[in-house]
Design a protein around this ligand. Structure first.
Ligand SMILES: C=C(O[C@@H]1C=C(C(=O)O)C=C[C@H]1O)C(=O)O
Length: 99
């Protein structure tokens, strides 16, 4: 992973702002795929797919370890994010069913 060396506080903050912009775009992209997935499912239990959540969390925890990042931090962020995305998937699922 390429991280540039910054020489000032302002420069480092600008880099952080750029990274944040990318993170939010990627989260929006992830959420768009989540909404598509809703259309391939037939029940709310299937929407929730607990075993898939465990797989995703386990994979990102390992990736955090590989990148020398706290696995617990990534775990907590993902639990919160997936929770919200499952809500958005359920909403999409219920809307699709009502057509
Ligand atoms: C996207 C899916 O649906 C839900 C959302 C998940 C996620 O945000 O990664 C994982 C499992 C499901 O709770 C899926 O089944 O893959």
């Amino acid at each position: 992973m390429k991280t540039e060396k910054c020489n000032t506080l302002a420069e480092a903050r600008k880099k952080i702002d750029e990274v944040d912009e990318e993170i939010v775009k990627l989260i929006a992209k992830r959420n768009n795929y989540i909404k598509q997935i809703a259309h391939f499912k037939t029940s709310v239990t299937e929407v929730k797919a607990e075993e898939r959540i465990e797989d995703v969390i386990s994979r990102v925890r390992q990736q955090a370890i590989d990148l020398d990042l706290s696995p617990n931090l990534i775990n907590d962020l993902y639990v919160r994010m997936i929770d919200a995305m499952v809500e958005s998937e359920i909403e999409e699922f219920n809307n699709a069913k009502s057509f």
